[in-house]
Write a protein that binds this ligand. Structure first.
Ligand SMILES: Nc1ncnc2c1ncn2[C@@H]1O[C@H](COP(=O)(O)OP(=O)(O)O)[C@@H](O)[C@H]1O
Ligand SMILES: O=C(CO)[C@@H](O)[C@H](O)COP(=O)(O)O
Length: 503
């Protein structure tokens, strides 16, 4: 019997790496998962060793494709966005990668925005406002805090590009993930050398360290012989350009045409919707990123999501299994408790120095269950403020929800009740992996003369798990609107400098 062609999608998230092996028809042939460590310091530092991602990739590829490696035609890699990986002249990692949720670099981000002429000028000139967490301020931080490491930088990579490099020995960038550096012009799809000149004083060191950019039709290269031997892959196995995890989540939810909305509840919470043309939203919280399927992917990201829920559960000695009964047993608004979930500063709203707070406690409402509900509501209301921005005032009718938090039926129902939209979950839970595998299939098709489109592929391979859909219950809408208004009022009260769009 002929063995089927297989495609491997790898997703290097913050908490762990996942791998998914699929056939031409989208059938899953194997899966893998490995956890990552995280370096966390009270000053907002969030770092990981790139080697940890490589180790996790090895483990998950062997788990997913250990017996079928020779049939894998192409691999796509999805990675947490914005992380800074710096390599020296021998292509060795210089220091741990500062991650998308690192807020230690907030002073450098503020300094950079000033150097660029202020917020409006930065947007006018470069089409993007650097926010704390984007790659660019990590470079300024490195120059100021670790000048000896800065002097050794010869290659600047993002997490997924580092994994592509490990797999192929080639260093390339692609438009989607490059958008999150803030030294990439999303309008013209080219690097912005001028910003890097400001950081290195015009020596040209950083510009020379930028990788060449690939279009989505191109591949990074073939898997190196030693990697192929170790992982049981063929040396003919191609590696597609890959992309940021949100860009791959977009492909994995069919968000490759206008009108589709995806909401991800992972370590971060994100909401995004594909556009044919770049979108310069009046609110700079809307990141004007490119997608990794061609086109653009305006996106809002909050830095505190399942991490806050998990930490609240840990505090109580509870587990995620208790989320659903807890939401069932409590009422919207948690009897007056409001939880601002900024345990690690925040990116949306732009408050990198913010701290979390819980307000409205009294002798009757101060219960473990209300505490858990208020944490989930705080995370939810924050990302729904982002959803309003993405939809530019229009009401959502259908939202595809992905990420670890999407496993909770109670949380899905909360999203449906609070928006009035139908909440759907893709049949393949690991949308980032599926998107990466689909991109690999697309690139392999382009390379081998069997060209297809992302629309055709996703139409065929992305399906909804109808058993997990949730519809808004009208009687809950007003209750959630009131709770969300209270949340926004507390937010503005504590941070009067905000001009966040509220409902
Ligand atoms: N049933 C569940 N209900 C709510 N949250 C869950 C559930 N299962 C897992 N999670 C949360 O999902 C998170 C992991 O999400 P994931 O999307 O894999 O993150 P990342 O991509 O950032 O590594 C964990 O914090 C975990 O607590
Ligand atoms: O910074 C962003 C998006 O701009 C984050 O969404 C990161 O890409 C991390 O993703 P997860 O680990 O939460 O999937």
């Amino acid at each position: 019997m002929m063995k089927p062609d297989l495609y491997l999608g790898i997703d290097c998230g913050t908490q762990g790496t996942k791998a998914l092996l699929i056939g031409d028809d989208g059938t899953a042939h194997g899966r893998g998962y490995a956890k990552h460590d995280l370096i966390e310091r009270a000053n907002g530092a969030r770092e990981q060793q790139p080697q940890w991602w490589v180790d996790a990739l090895r483990t998950t590829v062997l788990q997913a494709a250990g017996n079928d490696g020779a049939q894998v035609k192409a691999i796509g890699v999805s990675g947490q966005q914005h992380g800074l990986v710096v390599l020296d002249e021998n292509k060795e990692v210089i220091r741990p990668a500062k991650l998308w949720n690192d807020t230690e670099t907030a002073p450098q981000n503020a300094e950079l925005v000033k150097l660029l002429g202020g917020k409006s000028e930065a947007i006018r000139r470069f089409g993007i406002l650097p926010l704390t967490g984007y790659t660019v301020s990590k470079l300024l931080w490195l120059r100021e805090m670790e000048p000896e490491n800065f002097a050794r930088v010869r290659h600047i990579l993002l997490p997924h590009e580092y994994l592509n490099f490990w797999l192929t020995g080639e260093i390339f960038a692609e438009y989607g993930d490059a958008s999150g550096t803030a030294f990439f012009d999303v309008r013209t799809r080219g690097w912005i050398g001028e910003i890097l000149d400001l950081i290195d004083g015009g020596t040209g060191q950083l510009k020379a360290a930028l990788p060449p950019l690939l279009t989505v039709d191109q591949i990074v290269g073939k898997v190196k012989a030693d990697v192929a031997a170790e992982l049981g892959l063929s040396t003919d196995c191609a590696v597609s350009s890959g992309g940021g995890d949100n860009m791959m989540g977009a492909i994995g939810t069919g968000n490759v045409r206008e009108g589709v909305v995806t909401l991800s509840l992972g370590t971060s919470s994100t909401v995004y919707s594909f556009r044919e043309a770049p979108l310069q939203h009046p609110d700079s919280s809307v990141a004007p990123f490119c997608s990794s399927s061609g086109g653009w992917l305006p996106l809002v990201c909050t830095m505190n999501a399942t991490n806050v829920v998990t930490q609240t559960l840990h505090l109580l000695g509870w587990t995620v299994d208790q989320i659903d009964p807890t939401l069932e047993d409590t009422v919207p608004g948690a009897e007056g408790i409001t939880f601002l979930p900024f345990l690690n500063g925040e990116r949306t709203p732009d408050l990198p120095g913010a701290r979390g707070s819980i307000v409205g406690l009294n002798a009757t409402n101060f219960t473990p269950a209300n505490l858990v509900r208020s944490a989930i509501e705080g995370v939810t209301f924050g990302i729904l403020n982002g959803l309003d921005l993405i939809l530019e005032g229009k009401a959502a009718t259908k939202i595809l929800v992905i990420g670890g938090g999407a496993r909770s039926s109670g949380w899905r129902q909360m999203l449906a009740d609070a928006t009035g939209a139908t909440i759907q979950v893709p049949l393949e839970e690991e949308a980032g992996c599926l998107g990466a595998a689909i991109q690999a299939m697309y690139a392999f098709g382009q390379q081998s003369g069997r060209a297809t489109t992302f629309a055709e592929l996703t139409e065929r391979l992305v399906q909804v798990d109808e058993t997990k859909s949730a519809s808004g219950r009208p009687e809950f809408l007003a209750l959630y609107q009131a709770a969300r208004q209270t949340y926004n009022a507390v937010l503005h009260d504590q941070y009067p400098e905000l001009r966040l769009a509220t409902t």
